[in-house]
Structure formats: structure tokens, C-alpha cells
Design a protein around this ligand. Sequence first.
Ligand code: MG
Length: 341
Amino acid sequence: MIPSRLEHKTVELRLRHAWTISRNSSREKRNVLTRLRHAGFEGWGEAAPNPRYGEDAESVSAALQALAPELPDDPGRLDAILDRVETALPSSPSARAAVDIALHDWAGRMSGQPLYRLLGTDPGRTPATAQSIGIDAIPVMQEKVREAGDVPVLKIKVGLKDDRAILEGIRAVTGKPLWVDANEGWADPEQAVEMIRWMQGMGVVLVEQPMPAADLEGARLVRGRVDLPLFADEAAVSPADVPRLLGAYDGINVKLQKSGGLRAARRMIDAARESGLKVMLGCMIETSIGITAAAHLSPLADLADLDGHLLIENDPFDGVQVRDGLIILPDRPGLGVAGEW
Ligand code: MG
């Protein structure tokens, strides 16, 4: 058998606006793309490393460099390969995702089937996606709301300071339902309860990661005193986290780059379902490779926040389309992503 080849390269992505959340701010993002070649077909993947989970482009590249010669020759043995990748890279979830996505893309292209058919998901049941509005000067945040067009729901980043002024500023320009994501920014449960109650009056319908991920007791306390559903993001990294979240959260935000790819994300979705937790499918700032991979899984989610590629000015690829918040899956084989790798 001809050995398969796994290559990788770093891409510099320019963002349309500076991207600011409670813990950091950036104008560019460095992701790592993968390409698997075997038997005349290619599979493309992507790692969107996040310092919150201990990764950057260098650590991901080093992990992939070490892994590539160890990969079995037949990429069709997807489960066996992913088992091996999980063992080899336990603390590099986005590097695992980059391999997982490339293997799935290759399998789809090899069999001539779009990925949703391989996954058994229904392209007619994709949820609408929210669009995220990063923290900025209020007039800039208002401009981002206008740029979001007809998306049905906005996810507003908060958790720095001036959260009330931000919500008032957003409300001045839109009547849409709002989700807020504090990215662990409210350290004190009392402050979180007060803020969430006030925000409910401002038309907020969902709150993501109000408290630090480790503070499950605080989240339980807050949840008992507010009416809005609380979603875990930073507290929900892998399927093993799910049972601990019961009682503290109403739902989880599943991301391929946190859990380690499509297979792990699906396991996390299944774990959430078994526990009665709602599922949001989210993303990092990723090109159309990573976002399209998640989009193929999105019919399994209740809610979606798959707008990471829309924040990028120089996305080298074209895949899933988002029209007024509606996720439209490509029909081409594999991910269905086009462009120059
Ligand atoms: Mg979040």
C-alpha cells in the first residue's frame, strides 16, 4: 500500500474587526491547516489553536510534525487512527481536530459523498446560526449589528466592564433576541445574578459561561436564582466533563476545536442528550474548512453559533454558506470546501 501523507502549514488570518472578548483582544489569528493525500484523493483539515486550552500555532505544528510519521497507511481506518491520535496528543485538541477533519474530508471525497451523508445528518435540518459581536467601542458594536444583516439572533460578548452600557447600545439599534457570552468574566455569583436578571429585562434569552469554568458551585448558585438558561463553554471541553455540569448548566457549547474533531464532538453531543442538556454547536475563529466541518454536524444541535469564518477578511476557502442566519451545506463530496490549500 502507498503510504498516506499528512502535511500542515500555518495561515495568517486577518480579522475584519479587532476581536475582543473578556480575556484578550486580537487583530489576526494563526491557524494550522492540514492536508492528507492518499490513493489520489485529498482531505483537508484545520486547527484553530486557542491559548485558553494551552495551544498555539507552534505547539500544534510540533504536535502534527511528530504525529505524521506515526499515522497508519490506510486513512479509511478512521476509528483506529483517531484512537491513536487521542492517545498521542491528549493535550492538543485542535491538532486532533485538524487530523479528524482531514480524515473525514478524505473519506467523503474518496466515496464521492458529502460529509453529511457519511455522518447521517439531514441537510434540511440545520439550525439557524447566531452571529457574534465582539467587545468594542459601542458605535463599532452597533455597526457590527448592522453588518450582521438578517441573522435571527446575536451573541453579544460581555464580561469586561460597561456591560450595561453595551446592552443598552445594542438595544438602541436592534430588537432581535440576544445571547450574551461573558467568557468567564463575572467572578462573583452575586454580580452574575444581578446582571443576568437585568439583562433578561433587556431581551437577553440565553447566557453563556457567566462564571469561571472551574466554579461549578457558583454556577449552580446562579442557576438557582435566575430564569435564563445557562450554557457552559469553557467548562465543557470533552465528553468526560458533561456529567459534572448537570445542575450547574442547562446546555453546553460544543466546538470541534475544543473536543478534538467531529467524532469527539458527536460523542459530546450524545453525552449531553443522555443528560438532558441542550446543545449549541459553536466555533473558534476558523476558515471555511473548520466551520464547514462543524456545519455538517449542526443538524444534531439545538442552537448554532457558526460564524467564525465571517470574522475573517482573507478566508482562503469557500464552503458552507450563511444566508440571513440560515446554514446551507455544500453538496460536493467530503466537506465540500473549495479553494487553494
Ligand atoms: Mg463562548
